[in-house]
Design a binder for this molecule. Structure first.
Ligand code: DSN
Length: 417
C-alpha cells in the first residue's frame, strides 16, 4: 500500500493498526473469517471501475462483454456448488438478498413467519426495528424452552392460524441442524413459499456436513463471508421457475448497479468452497467448536441446546453469574474477540445479555486444532474468573499473544508495506 502510504498516511496507519489487531488477537466472532489473499486482490481489482445494471446479455450499459463472462462464471459455480437450478450473485449483502426475495414474492403487509432474533434469528427475519418488520406482517416463532431447538409444533400452529405467504428460517445464533424438510412440509401444507437464510452455515453446506436447504426451499439466501470464507456480499439460489422473479427482486426491485469487484470475489469463493481442502477446513471448524464446547461445559458454563452441530456455540454465562457484556469486554481486553448475545428467554437486555456467541471459523483458518481449543477454553475460563483483576488480565494478554504467534495469520505470508 505504498501509494496510500504517501497520499493518505493517516488512513494508511489505521489500516496497519487493524492488521496488527487481527494478527495479534484471537478472533472468535461467529460471522467472521480470514479471506484468501485472492479475495482481497479481486475486491480491490479494476472491476470496481465498471458500472452496470441488469444481467449478463441484458444490460442497461455498454462495455459489459467482459463482466458478463465473469458474472456467468460466478453463477455457474454457485449453482454447481449448491446443486441449485438458478443463482443470483448480485445482492450486496445477506440483508439485501433477503430483501430481494421479499420484494420478489411479497406485497407490503403480507404475512410471513420468521425465527425471533432473540432466539437465534436475524434482524431481517421480521424484527420490528428492521425494514422487514416495518413493511411486512411478520409473526415470530421461537424455540422449545426445554430442548432449545426450533419449536416445530409452534411453527406449524402459527402457520395454520396465520396462513403466511412465506415461511423464513435460518439465523445468526442457532447452533444446531435445522429440519428443513419438516418446515418445507409445513409450508407446502398451507401453500406458503419457503425461504432459508443459510448465511451462517453456507460453508458447511458446501462441504456436505450440514443439510443442504436447496433440496427443500423455494429460495435460499446467503452471504459469501462467514463460513464460506469469501467475498463480503450476498447471493440467492432458487428453483428455475422463480428465476425471473428473483432476478427482478434484486434488480430493479431492491438494488441498482452491481458491485462487480465483489462479484468477482464471489466467483472465486464458490470455486474454492468446492475443493477438498475447503471440506477439510470445514470439518475441522466443527470439530474445534465441539471441542471448545466440551471444555466450556467442563468448566461449568451451559451451552444452549447442549452443544453444536456447526461452527457456532451459544454460551449461557449465568451459571458463573457474569453477563455477556462483561465477558465480551474482558475478553476483548486480553485480545479475544467474541460478541455478547441473547440466549433464548434471556432475562437481560440486548446490550447486556446472559450469553456470548463463539465461532471457530477464523481461528481454524489459522490452523487451530483441538489442542489449541484447550488453550482457548482455558483462557476464557481464566478471564471469566478474573473479570475485575487487571493484573491477571494483563498476564492473560500474553497467553493470547503467544497463541496468535503460534497460529500466524496467513502463515505469516502477508504484510502491508
Ligand atoms: N448477522 C450478523 C452476524 O451474524 O454476526 C452479521 O452478519
Amino acid at each position: 500500500m505504498y501509494r496510500l502510504k504517501n497520499s493518505d498516511p493517516v488512513l494508511y496507519q489505521i489500516v496497519r493498526e487493524e492488521f496488527n489487531r487481527q494478527k495479534s488477537g484471537i478472533e472468535l466472532i461467529a460471522s467472521e473469517s480470514y479471506v484468501p489473499i485472492e479475495i482481497m486482490e479481486l475486491q480491490g481489482s479494476i472491476f470496481t471501475n465498471k458500472t452496470t445494471e441488469g444481467f449478463p446479455g441484458r444490460r442497461y450499459f455498454a462495455g459489459c462483454h467482459v463482466v458478463d463472462k465473469m458474472e456467468n462464471l460466478g453463477i455457474e459455480r454457485a449453482k454447481k456448488l449448491f446443486n441449485a437450478e438458478h443463482a443470483n450473485i448480485q445482492p450486496h449483502s445477506g440483508s439485501q438478498a433477503n430483501q430481494a426475495v421479499y420484494s420478489a414474492v411479497l406485497q407490503p403487509h403480507d404475512t410471513v413467519l420468521g425465527l425471533r432474533l432473540d432466539q437465534g434469528g436475524h434482524l431481517t427475519h421480521g424484527n420490528r426495528v428492521n425494514f422487514s418488520g416495518k413493511i411486512y406482517n411478520f409473526i415470530s416463532y421461537g424455540l422449545n424452552k426445554e430442548t432449545e431447538l426450533i419449536d416445530y409444533e409452534e411453527l406449524e400452529d402459527l402457520a395454520i392460524k396465520h396462513r403466511p405467504k412465506l415461511i423464513v428460517t435460518g439465523g445468526s445464533a442457532y447452533p444446531r441442524f435445522i429440519d428443513f424438510k419438516r418446515i418445507s412440509d409445513i409450508a407446502e401444507s398451507i401453500g406458503a413459499y419457503f425461504m432459508v437464510d443459510m448465511a451462517h452455515v453456507a460453508g458447511l453446506v458446501a462441504a456436505g456436513i450440514y443439510p443442504n436447504p436447496v433440496e427443500y426451499a423455494d429460495f435460499v439466501t446467503s452471504t459469501t463471508t462467514k463460513t464460506l470464507c469469501g467475498a463480503r456480499g450476498g447471493f440467492i439460489l432458487c428453483k428455475e421457475k422463480y428465476a425471473k422473479s428473483v432476478d427482478k427482486g434484486v434488480f430493479p426491485g431492491s438494488q441498482g448497479s452491481a458491485h462487480l469487484h465483489i462479484m468477482a470475489a464471489k466467483a472465486y469463493t464458490f470455486k474454492r468452497a468446492g475443493t477438498e481442502e475447503f471440506k477439510d477446513l470445514m470439518k475441522q471448524v466443527v470439530k474445534n467448536a465441539q471441542k471448545l464446547g466440551e471444555i466450556l461445559k467442563e468448566y461449568g458454563l451451559r451451552l444452549v441446546s447442549g452443544g453444536t452441530d456447526s461452527h457456532l456455540l451459544l454460551v449461557d454465562l449465568r451459571p458463573k453469574g457474569i453477563t455477556g457484556k462483561a465477558l465480551e469486554e474482558a475478553l476483548d481486553y486480553v485480545g479475544i474477540t467474541v460478541n455478547k448475545n441473547m440466549i433464548p428467554f434471556d432475562p437481560e437486555k440486548p446490550m447486556i445479555t446472559s450469553g456470548i456467541r463463539i465461532g471457530t471459523t477464523a481461528i481454524t483458518i489459522r490452523g487451530a486444532k483441538e489442542e489449541d481449543m484447550e488453550e482457548v477454553g482455558d483462557i476464557i475460563k481464566e478471564v471469566s474468573e478474573n473479570i475485575e483483576n487487571k493484573n491477571k488480565l494483563d498476564f492473560l494478554k500474553g497467553r493470547v499473544l503467544n497463541l496468535s504467534k503460534r497460529l500466524p495469520l496467513y502463515n505469516g505470508d502477508y504484510d502491508i508495506v
